[in-house]
Design a protein around this ligand. Structure first.
Ligand code: GN1
Ligand code: MG
Length: 384
């Protein structure tokens, strides 16, 4: 399987000038020399800007515009990100100099905040570019899967001593699978852009799994699963791996860091690491579940996180993979039925295609659930 590094693409002159203009509003040293668009993610707009310092060396920065249609309170997003990055920086500096190689930093902006607010053009922020690293959209070997598990486990561990109520739930009910399910059924009933006929089969598949959507929520309500601070968007391409060794260096995309269940993070790793197919693969025969990848995620995750996990959390690690894959399938289908108002798309049935890959993976996960569960328990016992 070939690796798929995240793409940077050239931009038009007009956009280049805009990147330089935005960069100028942040405390960046040097002269602007280049700007590229980073074509990954379905929500925000992201650019990489290069600056040359007076000694001739160059530094790169990430300039990103927050999508305010998705994040209704972008200032709260920035406050969450600031708290988490500061806490991690403090910890890495004071306690864990051996762990993360690099961390994310927000750069100060003109006006005294760590973001700028432009009339008619929303909120922009600037991060350091994590040099010497790359990302994958598809994991090509179990080492990368282990590193993803370890990276997100370490991330949760690093922030495990922060108070969850200190962070704002910036997208309320983000992983509320019951709410997601009900919303899909409601949109299907209304069928606002007359697409229902083209997705009845997918809708039925989801309806048959209704009972799954309450499992974790019920446990949470009963006080059996603790609310912690979680990342909430643990796709494999949100882990920066060392270019040469593929060791995890840093996790990125902290916009959805908020109170949640650690199982949601594990679930999204399972969704994005275990399949060798792209999220929008049209040939469903390519969507498979690779158990070796699952095992490596769990090994990496438990190596980093077993210190704080409860037995009940461990018991639902395998199930979480199925649940989150189903949840994203539900979200893609909802957006398809609503006329593609949330996720960026590049073809008319893009969201339906994405939904189909998720549902195919759900079937694959169901077929292997017993084996996955056995592995989790065996591994958890071994490291106790
Ligand atoms: C969105 O933009 P990106 O790719 O980081 C979405 C995630 C989904 C993901 C699916 C705020 O993330 O929840 O899992 O697409 N982010 C938001 O690829 O909705
Ligand atoms: Mg994201």
């Amino acid at each position: 399987m070939e690796s798929v590094p995240t793409n940077q693409t050239k931009v038009a002159d007009r956009v280049l000038a805009r990147i330089a203009e935005i960069g100028d509003m942040f405390a960046i040293e040097g002269e602007f020399v280049d700007g590229k668009e980073i074509q990954s993610g379905h929500i925000n707009t992201t650019y990489c800007a290069t600056y040359r310092k007076s000694d001739g060396t160059e530094d790169r920065y990430i300039l990103q515009k927050i999508n305010s249609n998705v994040f209704k309170d972008p200032r709260a997003v920035m406050r969450n990100v600031e708290k988490v990055t500061r806490h991690i920086n403090w910890k890495v500096l004071r306690r864990r100099t051996d762990s993360a190689g690099q961390t994310l930093n927000l750069y100060p902006a003109r006006g005294g905040r760590n973001y700028i607010e432009l009339p008619g053009d929303g909120i922009w922020r600037c991060y350091n570019y994590i040099e010497g690293t790359h990302t994958y959209d598809i994991a090509e070997n179990t080492r990368q899967a282990y590193q993803a598990g370890y990276a997100f486990g370490s991330f949760q561990d690093l922030i495990s001593d922060m108070n969850p109520s200190d962070l704002v739930e910036t997208i309320p009910g983000f992983h509320d699978t019951r709410k997601r399910f009900d919303r899909l059924m409601e949109v299907a009933r209304l069928d606002p852009v007359a697409r229902l006929e083209s997705c009845r089969e997918e809708l039925d598949f989801i309806r048959q799994r209704e009972k799954d959507v309450d499992v974790l929520l019920d446990l949470q309500k009963a006080g059996r699963l603790p609310v912690r601070i979680t990342h909430n968007d643990t796709k494999i391409n949100n882990v920066m791996l060392d270019e040469e060794t593929d060791q995890a260096v840093c996790v990125i995309d902290l916009d959805t860091v908020m109170p949640g269940l650690v199982l949601y993070d594990v679930g999204d790793m399972v969704r994005t690491v275990t399949t060798p197919a792209a999220e929008d693969e049209e040939d469903l025969s390519k969507v498979r579940f690779r158990i070796s990848m699952f095992q490596s995620i769990i090994e990496g995750y438990l190596d980093a996180a077993s210190g704080f996990l409860t037995q009940e959390e461990i018991d639902f690690l395998a199930f979480s993979g199925k649940l989150i894959t189903l949840e994203i399938g539900i979200r893609f289908l909802t957006d398809y039925l609503e006329g593609d108002v949330y996720f960026k798309t590049s073809k008319p049935d893009h969201n339906l295609i994405r939904c189909r890959t998720q549902l195919k993976l759900v079937s694959c996960l169901e077929a292997q659930m017993e084996e996955m569960e056995k592995f989790v328990q065996k591994r958890a016992k071994a490291i106790k």
